[in-house]
Design a protein around this ligand. Sequence first.
Ligand code: SAH
Length: 447
Amino acid sequence: MQKNEIYEVEITGMTEEGDGVGRIDGVAVFVPHTIVGEKVQVLIVKVLKNYAYGKLLEVQKPSFGRRKAECPHFYQCGGCQLWHMDTETELAYKRQKVTDCLRRIGKLDIDAEPVEMPSEEVRYRNKAQFPVTPEGMGLYRRNSHNVIPVEDCLIQGKWNQEILKAVTDWMEEFSVPAYEESTHSGLVRHIYTRNGESGILVTLVTAEKNIPHRQELIDRLRGLSLPIAGIVQNVNEKPTNVVLGYENHTLWGDGCLTDSIGKVKFQISPLSFYQVNPKATLRLYELAKEFADLSGKEVLWDLYCGIGTIGLFMADKAKKVVGVEVVPDAIENAKANARLNGIDNAEFYCGKAESLAPRLVQNGEKPDVVILDPPRKGCEESLLKTVTQVKPKRIVYVSCKPSTLARDLKYLTEHGYSVKPVVPVNMFPKTSHVETVTLLVKEKGCP
Ligand code: SAH
């Protein structure tokens, strides 16, 4: 097989990233925008030692689940992977992906439950980050840091368009330069928006502290007929592709967003993690609360707690909540959020879960139920060791990556816990990502 050759391929599987997989002469070929069961014509675009990449030229035998992509940017943009499938096919793909990981990586003989779909398929996000470059602002092209101009992203709120336009007009009028990654010059790096109950928080990520014509920017954003709650500057001086720096300055209004999940209110700093799909988040937390099955007598550990969301959501049913999180702003938010809701049985500590959990144990803390909600890379094995040694009766594992979930479940099931059920929730429709909540129960007879 060589680059630029054209082949016919049958798609027999799908990757975790949402690409179809076929075989040519026994070699795996990854083809984005295809579906299992399809016969497609592909152009080979890259050949590596053990596999190759193909570009879809034509669908010769379409899947019943195929549909015309509603988003005009789908075939260029790196944001979404699944606009070419109907919802049923998307949910089946995600369920299969979780089940495959449980079996292949977790060595567990169980199926994931059907994927829950609590939100709309479009315009479900409450957070957007648009890169700004001298070529324009928009979204990243697939597998690259080149920006394709996107005025409207269909998984985002429509109002983002007005904010992008206001900032573009201001930059043009006052010759404010966009940041250029290759030369590490220019000023405006990203436009980052979040919306919630208090309105919209607009954060301008800049490469320097000084913003020329800053009052004009504020006036323009405030002049929009949108409920702007606050305007924040985030300074990121580093030549990195990480979006946010550590320094925030409130330019106008609130420096934090306020939002509610169920009956609990949260303040959220731009630097703190917050789930992006409010309806799916509520369902995810309800499931986690059901699995935690608290009676009011339990000590609950909320590890990787962010702004305290899950622990505070369950605090009314716990004797005590102990939250651990590595980002200092998030822990400040978590403490403030406990006060905001009049919750006085929650404590929060800043540090790595794998370092702080053993210290909590040394101080005589013993959890009855543990929540694990790590980032994509999952938990450090040393943390899983601490948790299994302290023997909570239940562990609720919330995961945003099935492969690391499965790896961690393997450890937990080898150390005295049994898994049931594994419930995927479609937090990110149209993308290949899936959120999962899993209940682990300490096995009987386990000392
Ligand atoms: N439970 C929260 C946040 C989940 S996201 C919610 O539902 O909103 C994962 C969180 O883990 C992030 O806030 C991230 O900052 C934090 N984190 C990443 N590595 C960590 C570590 N080693 N120890 C503790 N927290 C960590």
